[in-house]
Ligand binder design. Structure first.
Ligand code: PLP
Length: 364
């Protein structure tokens, strides 16, 4: 059968291997498997969320509230914007899909960092847009600007902190950059790990409210999958001026977020204490990674997120090492598909990290 010609060029997103798959492939007991591959919150989610969700399971036969009013107003209050500035997606992934479909086509160019979140490219290929990349590993906004001036892309993706490298941009530098971009270019600021960055260094904080007030062409993306611990519920959001949000609504399918997910995210917003504690624990555990790699003479990228990127020595092959870890029940993310000889490891609980140190030492 012939498919849309654009399909030829699209590769599947390589998701972190689910625990269930490792159970089947390697016959390891689920209790012996540790997944540090998808940057989930190792402390789960707020207990308030599980209580609230269990109370409304009987609502499953009804379609969700498509206005998403409760969650929308929770998000708008949290970020001090208006309800009209919010769109909610099945993960912020879906908002990325909406905005690329709304803004770009096969005559468009989309600019992104050399190494960054893989979904930007996949959705860009849906519409046949040309993908432009910078050359430097971390976001070099001067280089972005040079390419922007020459190529006039329809969309620019800025991921801060960046996945899969963990580095973040100073917000002042970002604002200087944004003020040089014309209003017909959509700039996406993906803040999937912003909650982490803010706690480590206030200079990295990008406030969606300020973005929206200052720029008519910028959309901020956030998610409940990381710090809020709701990866399994698939809730993310975009915050922008109403002109942009209105266009994205034309692409959004009805009922794109489930009743249970809407409730979970709403309640998660009410427990900032849980989020804060998770982040504090994250950075205290991250210190152990920094000490460990020092001893092992492995390079690590300074991370503003809940993961660390270990850049291996040329004598160590990242795919091979990730494979050996997998056989021992430890799932991490091999970054060879990004042309990096590196592995990305989600910072887990104390016990999980200790186990990682043991296993990687055995292997190296
Ligand atoms: C995890 C992640 C997202 C989106 O996650 P969802 O689960 O779809 O909300 C977006 N951008 C980056 C950089 C991420 O790491």
């Amino acid at each position: 059968m012939k498919f849309n010609a654009k399909m030829k060029d699209i590769k599947n997103y390589e998701a972190g291997k689910p625990i269930e798959l490792v159970v089947r492939e390697f016959g390891i007991e689920p209790k012996d498997i540790i997944k540090l591959a998808s940057n989930e919150n190792p402390y789960g989610c707020s207990s308030r969320v599980s209580e609230a969700v269990s109370k409304i399971v009987t609502k499953m036969s009804l379609y969700p509230d498509d206005s998403m009013m409760d969650l929308k107003s929770g998000i708008s209050k949290r970020f001090e914007v208006k309800d009209e500035n919010v769109i909610i997606g099945s993960g912020s992934d879906q908002v990325i899909e909406f905005l690329i479909h709304a803004k770009a086509d096969e005559n468009s160019k989309i600019l992104m960092n050399s190494i960054t979140f893989a979904m930007y490219e996949i959705y860009a290929k849906h519409v046949g847009a040309e993908i432009l990349r910078t050359t430097s590993q971390s976001h070099d906004l001067d280089e972005f600007y040079e390419i922007y001036k020459k190529e006039k892309p329809a969309i620019i993706f800025i991921c801060t902190p960046n996945n899969p490298t963990g580095d973040a941009i100073d917000s002042q530098k970002l604002f200087d950059f944004l003020s040089k971009i014309d209003s017909n270019t959509l700039v996406v600021v993906d803040g999937a790990y912003m909650e982490y960055a803010i706690l480590k260094d206030a200079k990295k904080e990008v406030k969606p409210k300020e973005l929206i007030e200052m720029f008519e062409n910028v959309i901020y993306l956030g998610t409940f999958s990381k710090a809020y611990g709701l990866g399994g519920m698939r809730v993310g959001y975009g915050l922008a001026r109403t002109d942009i949000i209105k266009e994205l609504y034309k692409i959004r399918p009805p009922f794109n977020v489930t009743t249970l997910s809407l409730e979970a995210a709403k309640v998660a917003l009410s427990d900032e204490e849980f989020v804060k504690n998770s982040i504090v624990a994250n950075f205290s555990e991250m210190k152990r990674y920094e000490e460990f790699v020092n001893e092992q003479k492995i390079d690590i990228i300074d991370s503003y997120t809940n993961f660390v990127t270990l850049c291996l020595n040329p004598s160590q092959n990242s795919s091979q090492i990730a494979g050996l870890l997998l056989k021992k029940g430890m799932i991490v993310r091999d970054l060879s598909s990004y042309n990096m000889n590196a592995i990305r490891v989600t910072v887990g609980t104390k016990e999980q990290n200790t186990r990682f140190f043991e296993l990687i030492q055995e292997i190296l």
